[in-house]
Design a protein around this ligand. Structure first.
Ligand code: NDP
Length: 481
């Protein structure tokens, strides 16, 4: 039985109150480990360690901090297989996906921000003969990073790396549902020689220890990725304490396919953007709008390729669809499938819990599911399902597609498929979302701003945006007279 520990002041430590939670393998439905059920006392100890470490870490030259981050990146690369296996077991995602996407991206996060740190420059504003203004960016101080279960190490490190790069010290809480790779990261940070207290990882539930992190007066900023309802609660807690807040929240992303697109590319990528990671990526396109002349052709080919989405044991190389992350989440997604039926949707594929024989017989598997004939304003088309469930809807004009795409409370990302360059340029800025992909999906450049509009979030991550978030800008004005 794998028993995880917190990473506190440079050491692995049990939770102070000695309480643990079960960790479940979603592919088998069985408990395979225990994780600390930490409380406010563990958060207090972690914040104290971070405060003690802060002056020396912030004072270290950016190059030195960067070298340490790059060392952690190298260790992640060297431990790719162990980390990928841990992510697969904890989350239910195919091992091949963890190996090719999650873990390499975690290494890239550390490497990207490690090398960015020495290049982070500030502005000067000169008023000739009058004054010289220059900006100094100070690390915010001790910050909290809270991440979800869908891309566990990928998103955890996306927050931690820029914070450490600019000289902040971090108390981080991974999702209690997928804590394993954060635990393994602790050991790699110790091996890399990260000074004690610079990064502390506290395991436990949102209400049990996440809340204490958000409330702690010494924590100056919170970077959060998770659901919109949790984000709203966090914002209400943090706002009266005047903490900086970055919120990356849910999505209900449109995928707009025009008749002039490269149909083969649009279908193949739409299969991925609908069902990758069992549809549990905030950027998945769950509302497919298809221009009427190619609606039937798209549908036929989409359903044909769907048959190749082999559901199976996440450890097997041929598996494209692993398990959903938990039994509770499986039931939530099944309830949305029931709702789609009630709302009058026509089921085109899937719709049921899937059974995988052998060791995964009790796992939380679900068939990739496709509906059509649902109005754009029904709950199925408005609420984030966060599972392998998509709807197909035809449209006749560009204006109609745009209106339907924008008609949700979310605004995270959108995908547009067209060969018409003018249309792409016209449509992209009119979409109310933070990220627009044209003829591609999930193509990421870590320098670009990343985040959502409307109920999908506040603030941006990535590149300079992240480095700026974790710093306080101070203007210094020198008189030239
Ligand atoms: P949750 O909002 O349930 O949880 C996110 C994190 O917040 C977890 O670590 C959770 O802990 C913690 N948490 C819960 N309650 C509190 C609290 N009161 N105080 C502090 N922390 C708390 O999201 P999920 O884990 O279910 O993740 C799925 C959601 O994340 C989806 O809505 C998805 O769209 C969104 N997401 C957004 C992304 C983006 O970039 N915009 C990217 C990826 C996902 P615990 O789980 O241990 O209870």
């Amino acid at each position: 039985m794998l028993v995880l520990l917190n990473y506190l002041n440079g050491r692995l430590a049990p939770p102070l109150a000695g309480r643990y939670l079960d960790n479940i393998d979603p592919a088998t439905g069985r408990v395979y480990g225990q994780i600390p059920d930490s409380g406010p006392e563990d958060i207090a100890a972690a914040v104290a360690a971070a405060e003690a470490a802060l002056p020396a870490w912030a004072a270290r030259p950016a190059e030195e901090r960067g070298r340490l981050l790059e060392k952690i990146a190298d260790l992640i690369d060297q431990n790719l297989e162990a980390l990928a296996l841990a992510e697969c077991r904890d989350n239910g995602k195919p091992l091949a996906l963890a190996r090719s996407m999650d873990i390499p991206r975690a290494a890239s996060n550390f490497r990207f921000f490690g090398t960015a740190a020495p290049h982070f420059a500030t502005e000067a504003h000169v008023q000739p003969g009058l004054a010289l203004n220059y900006t100094v960016r100070h690390p915010v101080g001790v910050v909290g990073c809270i991440s979800p279960w869908n891309l566990p190490l990928y998103l955890f490190t996306w927050k931690i790396a820029p914070a450490l790069a600019v000289g902040c010290c971090v108390v981080a809480k991974p999702s209690e549902v997928t804590p394993a790779t954060a635990f393994l990261l602790s050991a790699l940070c110790i091996e890399a020689g990260l000074p004690p207290g610079v990064l502390n990882i506290v395991h436990g539930t949102g209400p049990g220890c996440g809340q204490a992190l958000v409330e702690h007066p010494a924590v100056k900023a919170i970077s959060f990725t998770g659901g919109t309802a949790t984000g709203r609660h966090l914002a209400a807690t943090a706002a009266p304490l005047f903490k900086k807040l970055s919120l990356e929240l849910g999505g209900k992303n449109p995928n707009i396919v025009f008749a002039d697109c490269d149909l083969a590319a649009a279908v193949a990528t739409s299969i991925r953007s609908s069902f990758a990671n069992q549809g549990q990526i905030c950027l998945c396109g769950s509302r497919l709008f298809i221009e009427r002349p190619i609606y039937e052709a798209f549908k036929v080919e989409f359903l044909r390729q769907l048959k190749d989405q082999t559901i199976g044991d996440p450890l097997l190389p041929e598996t494209k669809q692993g398990a959903l992350v938990s039994e509770a989440h499986l039931h939530k997604v099944l309830a949305y499938i029931e709702l789609a039926h009630k709302e009058g949707g026509t089921l085109l594929a899937g719709g049921h819990r899937a059974t995988v024989p052998g060791r995964c017989a009790e796992g939380f598997f679900l068939e990739p599911t496709v509906f059509e004939n649902l109005p754009p304003d029904c709950r199925t088309n408005q609420e984030e399902i966060f599972g392998p469930v998509v709807t197909l809807t035809p449209f006749d004009t560009e204006a109609e597609a745009l209106a339907m795409a924008n008609a949700t409370d979310y605004g995270l990302s959108a995908t547009v498929w067209t060969r018409d360059l003018a249309r792409a340029h016209r449509l992209a800025p009119a979409l109310h979302c933070g990220v627009v992909w044209v003829n591609t999906w999930l193509h990421r450049d870590l320098r670009t701003p990343f985040g959502g509009m409307k109920n999908s979030g506040v603030g941006r991550e990535g590149g300079l945006e992240a480095l700026r978030f974790f710093t306080e800008a101070q203007n210094i004005c020198i008189s030239l007279i």
